[in-house]
Structures are given as structure tokens and as C-alpha cells.
Design a protein around this ligand. Structure first.
Ligand SMILES: [Ca+2]
Ligand SMILES: [Ca+2]
Ligand SMILES: [Ca+2]
Length: 412
């Protein structure tokens, strides 16, 4: 970033001495370009879209034919944006020559030299690279979109590539996940640690798990004796959202846990019984359930399911909510509020001690997220649709696309 500032200052100086002139440069495609915004040079950075060779629109459809979300999601600034999964492959980049421009080891090493812009083609968007392979010509980016407009088919961002005007990595993963996110685990690793992409860096320890195809890039496989453990209690107290993808091989046992079932245990558990992934929260005072919410939907084994749970932290009626595959799927009411930390440090794939024996999960888990706020129904629906078509084994049978990729264009 220091280098970038230095270059920006140099360009500001350049503007002072050349205000009467027209700035031109030669692109890597071999054509000369003039600077269309030379008169506002003070705002330009070296990552201005004109400094790349190619651009492609990424358009969001939140109308009834897409994600069917009527309200705006995200905030007005980059740091409170909505994270969208952008999957670059032969589907989104169907032309082989276009993929060659994107997957270019000179201009885009490790996938971190491209730039995402808002629709104004000026506002730079934060992004995280979860996966990038030149050999496979496939990549998975998380891009923070300032606002995804409800009931719109024209809202878009732009990816710019070809050329490397900054000669420095442009990714900024902690800028993608806003301060409401308290943990985001992509589970794309093959071994310890299980990285948390948020600024909190709550990384976990793999124990026996193997990497496998998940819903979004890789996920973690659990075969009834594996777990990912943490050295802290991480599920937020009170208002919270917990979401994940599961593809079960068995219809029972602990998926996420900071609690147990004994009278002295308290905190949140996510536990499958009877084929339903319950959200259970127990009280510190007597260990009894504050609430126990089963979704309406039975999770069928061997099917990717997006499961999300929210609680506003109050005892108001029906403010504990379950969502399955982006749709409302049951509510509950908390008996009391929550003010005491959970009994056990966080675990994925098992219940906390003393219940570690016999309560292991069997199946795949991917993309676990914790937030310290109860996300809206629209937010959760968009999370589902943003991720539903990123399955590296196919597109999950989702028939109403949220993301559409335009054709490659020379930068304007
Ligand atoms: Ca993943
Ligand atoms: Ca095992
Ligand atoms: Ca089990």
C-alpha cells in the first residue's frame, strides 16, 4: 500500500505540470489510449480501469427471475458491503482466449493483480481470492459489493484484467468481511489451520478431516471421528447469525458446538437429529433450553443444503429464525436473553467435551459464517443465491441465476 500511495502522489505531481496536455499511454494490447478523466487527475490511481486491457460486466438479478429479493442489501460504503462469490471458469468466461487473458501468470500471478470496480468503473472494491489455478483456468473470488439493489436486473460490478499496472497484489480479504462478521471459514485448506478470513483470525485446528469438494470450492469432510477445534468461544452472544453449507452422509450429530446438554452447560449448538439441523441454546442458570429450533425441512443425505439461523437476542416472539436454501423455514421464541459466555470452546463436527464420544458428524461442511447481528431474510437469500451456482462439481440445479457475466470488452 505504501508503494501505491507513492505512485498516487507522483501522478498528482504529474497533473500539475501537464494540465494543458493530454496524457496518453500504450496498452499491453499495443494500442494508444488517451486519459478520459485527465481533468480530474487528482482522483486517479494507478489502478484506474483504463490501465487494464480488458473488462467484463458482472450483473446481478434480484428480480423474480433471479434471487427475488425486493430490498437493498449491504451498505453504502465498501467496508459494509455484501460479499458476492464470483466464480471464473469456462461457464462465466466461455471464450478460451478471454480465459487466457485472465489466467495469465505475468499479469495476474496468484489471481491477485486483477481489480474489481463498482458500476462507476472508478470505485475499487475489496476482494479475497479463495482459489486460483492457471492450469485449471478456474478461480473463486469474494468481492465486497457496496450495495446489491433489490428487485433489479441492472446492478453491476466490473472486473478488469490483462496488464498489471500496480505490480502489487490488490487483494484485501479483511476488507471484504465487515465488522459484523466474527468468523468466516471457507474450509478450502487441506490441513491445519482452518483459516478465518475475518480480521479476527480465529483459525482452527483440523483433526482427522480431509479436504473434499464443497459447495464453494473445497470443504471439510468429516467421517464420524473428525473435528475442527478452536481455542476460544467465538459464536457471538445475543444477536447472531450462523450459516453454513452441509452435505450430510448421516442424519445425526454435532455440526457446530460451544455447548452441551448437561445441566451446567450453556451456549449454542447446531445438532442434527431426525434429519433436522437444530439450533439449540441453553441457559447458564439451570442448563435448560433457552430455545430449541428445528427447521421444517428434513436435510436429505448427499444433498448440498444452505442452513442459516438468526436471533435478535431478545425474548420477542418468533425472533429465532431458521432458513433452508435461502427460504424461511421455521421460528422459535427465546425464554431469556443471553449474557454469559458459552461453556466450551468452538468445535466443528462434534459436540464439546464431555460429549466428544459418539456425537461426531458424518458428511461435508463448507463456508461457515458467524455474525453478531441478525441478518435480514433478504441478506440470507442473497447469500444462498450468491453461492448456489459456485459448486465446482456443477451448478447445483439452481434455475434462477443471480449472477450474469457479460462479454469481454476492451477497457473504456
Ligand atoms: Ca469452501
Ligand atoms: Ca476420520
Ligand atoms: Ca455420528
Amino acid at each position: 500500500m505504501a508503494n501505491k500511495k507513492y505512485v498516487i502522489q507522483a501522478l498528482v505531481f504529474l497533473a500539475v505540470i501537464s494540465t494543458a496536455g493530454v496524457i496518453i499511454w500504450k496498452t499491453t494490447a499495443g494500442t494508444w489510449k488517451t486519459d478520459p478523466i485527465a481533468t480530474s487527475r487528482i482522483t486517479i490511481t494507478t489502478s484506474a480501469i483504463q490501465h487494464y486491457d480488458y473488462q467484463k460486466d458482472i450483473t446481478f438479478n434480484t428480480t423474480a427471475t433471479g434471487a427475488a429479493v425486493s430490498t437493498n442489501q449491504g451498505g453504502g460504503t465498501i467496508t459494509t458491503g455484501f460479499p458476492v462469490a464470483v466464480h471464473i471458469n469456462s461457464s462465466s468466461f466461455p471464450t478460451a482466449a478471454d480465459r487466457t487473458h485472465f489466467f495469465n501468470d505475468t499479469y495476474n500471478p496468484a489471481g491477485k493483480r486483477v481489480q474489481f470496480f463498482d458500476s462507476d468503473e472508478t470505485t475499487v472494491l475489496n476482494y479475497e481470492v479463495e482459489y486460483y489455478s492457471t492450469a485449471n483456468q478456474e478461480a473463486l473470488y469474494w468481492v465486497s459489493v457496496p450495495t446489491v439493489t433489490g428487485n433489479s436486473s441492472t446492478d453491476k460490478i466490473v472486473v478488469a484484467y490483462g496488464n498489471d499496472p500496480n505490480s502489487s497484489d490488490q487483494d484485501n480479504k479483511t476488507g471484504v468481511w465487515d465488522s459484523n462478521f466474527k468468523g468466516v471459514w471457507h474450509l478450502g485448506e487441506a490441513s491445519t489451520p482452518a483459516y478465518d478470513s475475518t480480521i479476527n483470525a480465529n483459525n482452527g485446528t483440523w483433526s482427522g478431516n480431509t479436504q473434499t469438494t464443497g459447495q464453494v470450492n473445497s470443504g471439510a469432510n468429516f467421517n464420524n471421528d473428525d473435528e475442527i477445534t478452536f481455542s476460544a468461544k467465538i459464536i457471538p452472544l445475543g444477536a447472531k447469525t450462523v450459516s453454513l453449507w452441509v452435505k450430510t452422509a448421516s442424519d445425526a450429530d454435532g455440526v457446530i458446538d460451544e455447548s452441551g446438554t448437561a445441566s451446567t452447560n450453556h451456549g449454542s449448538s447446531f445438532y442434527i437429529t431426525g434429519g433436522k439441523l437444530y439450533f439449540i441454546n441453553s441457559k447458564a442458570t439451570d442448563g435448560q433450553c433457552r430455545f430449541s429450533l428445528p427447521p421444517n425441512t428434513v436435510i436429505n443425505n448427499n444433498v448440498q443444503r444452505h442452513c442459516a439461523y438468526t436471533w435478535d437476542g431478545t425474548t420477542n416472539a418468533n425472533m429465532v429464525k431458521a432458513y433452508t436454501d435461502g427460504s424461511a423455514d421455521g421460528t422459535g421464541t427465546a425464554l431469556t436473553t443471553e449474557s454469559i459466555a458459552a461453556s466450551h470452546n468452538l468445535k466443528f463436527g462434534n459436540l464439546g467435551a464431555p460429549y466428544a464420544t459418539g456425537y461426531y458428524y458424518t458428511g461435508i461442511i463448507d463456508e461457515i459464517r458467524f455474525s453478531n447481528t441478525n441478518r435480514s431474510a433478504g441478506w440470507i437469500k442473497l447469500e444462498y443465491y450468491s453461492m448456489a451456482k459456485t459448486n465446482f462439481n456443477g451448478d447445483n440445479g439452481v434455475s434462477s441465476p443471480f449472477i450474469n457475466f457479460g462479454s469481454q470488452e476492451a477497457t473504456r
